[in-house]
Design a protein around this ligand. Structure first.
Ligand SMILES: *Cc1c(COP(=O)(O)O)cnc(C)c1O
Length: 444
């Protein structure tokens, strides 16, 4: 799979001298608004390892934010993308089309939930896909309102900032935001006032009540949900919540959009997270894991809905770039060949018991959750009040980084540590990463 040895190795302080030098150059010329989790510059990567410019080998529990599920240089991705590079890099699908785009759309039609006729349109980024899902839903319904959930993340462009819940760092000072966006509660089991048991139906009733009273369902073009919320803190909506919203959308002719940009493509142990509750969305947005690290995104959905947008109304210069499409076909081939949904479930089997054991030992872990290789712990100062503990979360992440483990934090309150290893990570690295995490807790 890769020539890079699958072993952690720490040979300098992290960041090492070469990374520090690059960081100084970076600070002089790269916008301060772009942040990095670790000021460590990558030289090579493969499997579950990122090697930095100082020769340190870090265990990767981030996968470039859930992107490199098949690895950073999966054989099929490299082979197909390289062949495509040699043939042509670009013609623009809107000028002279090419087969790769069509083939990606065929794969998406097969793999996404539901056996109705489906069509797709391809883009460069997740945010662009979500924006276009809104354009399509508005075109189809001739309505304007868009309903989103508390703790949602849908991107950083103007419309998707409006759809995103969290102010800092995503929105602060960047307004005004797009109108006709309405936010309703999400079933957050750990923090639902009456407890996790009835959280799903109660939150659904509240959300539906708010939509009915404040907007009127006949004005709603789309309800957009993340079936397993990403940046909001890896929240698994309480059972029953998503099906209730799905039914409500059907009753009122509202387009139900599943944003599976983070949770899709095998990450949660199925091809798509909404399959766990048997949800068939009208439109599904995908990106991140779709193309083995190459930039590609898609909106896929019911043919009659997608086709509501007029000819020329959708597109973009680079959307569905041929090299990115070749990468996607290679990534999908790899996912099938290696049965990556099963690998994701295996990662959960290895990680979850160890995270739960940590929770039993350390009061600061209030909740362990997630599915497949999309797992998280939520840290609190007090298990009764559930007051978030962002400082402890940051301190733990720093300790892991110093020991050579790439981990990411997340959550509306900044108190969630999330684990998103590449699905091809060797099991010994998975366990070693958890050893480092345990050590970080012991030293906290
Ligand atoms: C990352 C993400 C996006 C935005 O994708 P970009 O490619 O960064 O624009 C949208 N929705 C979800 C759920 C995401 O995780």
């Amino acid at each position: 799979m890769t020539a890079l040895p699958q072993e952690r190795r720490v040979v300098t302080a992290i960041p090492g001298p070469k990374s520090q030098e690059l960081q100084a150059r970076r600070t002089a010329v790269v916008a301060a608004g772009v942040n990095s989790v670790m000021p460590v510059f990558a030289a090579r990567a493969g499997g579950g390892i990122i090697e930095d410019v100082d020769g340190n080998r870090l265990i990767d529990f981030g996968a470039g934010i859930a992107v490199t599920s098949v690895g950073v240089s999966a054989e099929a991705v490299v082979r197909r993308a390289t062949a495509q590079l040699a043939d042509f890099t670009h013609t623009c699908f809107m000028v002279t089309p090419y087969e790769g785009y069509v083939e990606v759309a065929e794969r998406l039609a097969e793999l996404t939930p539901g056996d109705h006729p489906k069509k797709s349109v391809l883009f460069n980024s997740g945010a662009e896909a979500v924006e276009n899902a809104v354009k399509i839903a508005r075109s189809y319904t001739k309505r304007q309102a868009v309903v989103v959930l508390d703790h949602a993340f849908h991107g950083r462009t103007n419309l998707t900032m409006a759809l995103t819940a969290k102010n800092m760092p995503y929105k602060d000072g960047f307004g005004p935001f797009a109108p006709e966006v309405y936010r309703v509660p999400v079933a957050y089991p750990y923090r639902w006032p009456t407890g996790p048991e009835n959280c799903g139906p109660e939150a659904a009733a509240q959300a539906i009540d708010e939509i009915t009273k404040q907007i009127g369902p006949e004005n709603v073009a789309a309800i957009i949900v993340e079936p397993l919320l990403g940046e909001g803190g890896f929240i698994e909506p309480g059972k029953g919540f998503l099906p209730a919203l799905r039914d409500f959308a059907t009753q009122h002719g509202i387009v139900f959009v599943a944003d599976e940009i983070q949770s899709g493509f095998c990450r949660t142990g199925r091809w798509f997270a909404c399959e766990d509750e048997g949800i068939v969305p009208d439109l599904i947005t995908t990106a991140k894991g779709i193309a083995g690290g190459l930039p590609l995104a898609a909106v896929t959905g019911r043919a009659e809905i997608v086709d509501a947008a007029h000819s020329g109304g959708l597109g973009g210069t680079y959307g569905g770039n041929p090299v990115a499409c070749a990468g996607a076909l290679g990534a999908i081939e790899t996912m099938k060949e290696l049965d990556l949904p099963a690998r994701a479930r295996r990662i959960e089997e290895v990680m979850k018991p160890r995270l739960t054991a940590l929770q039993e030992k350390y009061d600061v872990i209030g909740d362990v959750r997630g599915r497949g290789a999309m797992l998280a712990i939520e840290l609190v100062k007090d298990r009764t009040t559930k007051e978030p503990a962002p400082e402890a979360t940051t301190a733990l992440a720093k300790a892991c980084h110093a020991a050579g483990l790439v981990v990411l934090t997340t959550g509306t309150y900044g108190n969630v540590m999330r684990f998103l290893p590449p699905l091809v990570i060797p099991e010994n690295l998975l366990n070693e990463g958890l050893d480092i995490l345990e050590q970080a807790f012991a030293e906290l």
